[in-house]
Design a protein around this ligand. Structure first.
Ligand code: LMR
Length: 339
């Protein structure tokens, strides 16, 4: 063979070998609290995505966890399902996990704020964090358990104490605020909700939720009254579901969808897809608090870049000021708990 052809074959061979060793397509996802109201539908959605999920570890405290895992395992997709029951098997369930999704914990009842769940749920998140620090410190962590604004700091502080903190890999899931924003704007303007993108920044609780309606894609014209009403409806949406469920818990199905969407986008980015942008509540001191949900470009190792908040309207800037004050208190509560 002429020398240059031989050299290019050799180079291509080396390149493709390197690509095949760095390009991963087999991902293990562990769901902690997989049998609960959010966990079960979330696990179902993960089972339906064999292109992104290879192995699905189903962990929960209840003794019928193997039954739920067996049930889901009968769905004819290539995703391999394994059950892990009780706190004793938590560590085993986390081994080799690429993503750990945590929907476990107690939901709200009417009249409660998310903050009222701190006493019940902070300990759950702390224990999972201790197990993750020991077993899968490099995994991408998705925390759905409320109050997100306080338990994400709990998780991060446990990791910090263990010397394993990587802020690019720990996410509080605020995706449902984006999902709701798209739906509410689309319903008001007669658009297809699947084609409307609205980012929501700040945190995931009451006034800390700030939908960036002025940056909606496609761009929509909203009167100041419409902006106020939409913002309030988005901030109160979770509470309205809690009220409408009259004591039977909070959002489960839409939250499962939102949790799955975020996990899928992380996996797509991990596979090498570019331009994947989501908002999530992370350790991020670029916006006036230690933690903030910003627009994030996702990459192979979690957060690749904070894309910032873009051009804000005066109304949004005012909302963000209020959000920052609320988030600061929520974060202090989480940090104090771990001290
Ligand atoms: C939601 O936004 O629906 C969840 O955070 C659950 C809740 O308590 O509101």
């Amino acid at each position: 063979l002429p020398r240059f052809i031989y050299r290019s074959i050799k180079i291509n061979h080396v390149l493709s070998r390197n690509l095949s060793t760095t390009q991963r397509n087999d991902f293990r996802v562990t769901v902690v609290g997989a049998v609960g109201g959010i966990g079960a539908p979330l696990t179902l959605l993960l089972k339906l995505q064999p292109d992104l999920v290879t192995e699905l570890n189903v962990q929960d405290l209840v003794k019928w966890t193997p039954g739920v895992a067996l049930d889901i395992s009968h769905i004819n997709t290539a995703v391999k399902v394994k059950a892990f029951t009780g706190a004793e098997q938590l560590r085993e369930s986390l081994k080799g996990a690429d993503i750990v999704v945590i929907p476990g914990g107690v939901p709200r009842k009417p009249g409660m704020t998310r903050d009222d769940l701190f006493g019940a749920n902070a300990g759950v998140v702390r224990d999972v964090a201790v197990a993750c620090a020991e077993t899968c410190p490099d995994a991408l962590i998705n925390i759905i358990t409320n109050p997100v604004n306080s338990v994400v700091p709990v998780f991060c502080e446990v990791m910090r104490k263990a010397g394993k903190l990587n802020p690019s890999k720990i996410f509080g899931i605020s995706t449902l605020d984006l999902v709701r924003s798209s739906t509410f704007v689309a319903n008001l303007k007669g658009l297809d909700p699947g084609k409307v993108v609205v980012h929501s920044v700040g945190g995931h609780s009451g006034i800390s939720i700030v939908p960036l309606l002025s940056q909606c894609q496609p761009s929509v014209t909203l009167t100041p009254d419409e902006v106020k009403t939409l913002t309030n409806n988005i901030q109160q949406a979770g509470t309205n579901v809690v009220k409408a469920k009259v004591g039977a818990g909070s959002a489960q199905l839409a939250m499962a969808f939102a949790g799955a969407r975020f996990a899928f986008n992380l996996l797509r980015a991990k596979k090498g897809e570019s331009n994947i942008v989501e908002c999530a509540f992370t350790l991020n001191n670029s916006h006036g608090t230690k933690y903030f949900s910003s627009r994030l470009l996702l990459g192979k190792n979690g957060i690749e870049k904070d894309l910032g908040l873009g051009k804000l309207s005066d109304f949004e800037s005012e909302c963000i000021k209020k959000a920052i004050e609320a988030i600061k208190k929520n974060v202090a509560k989480g940090e104090q708990f771990v001290k």
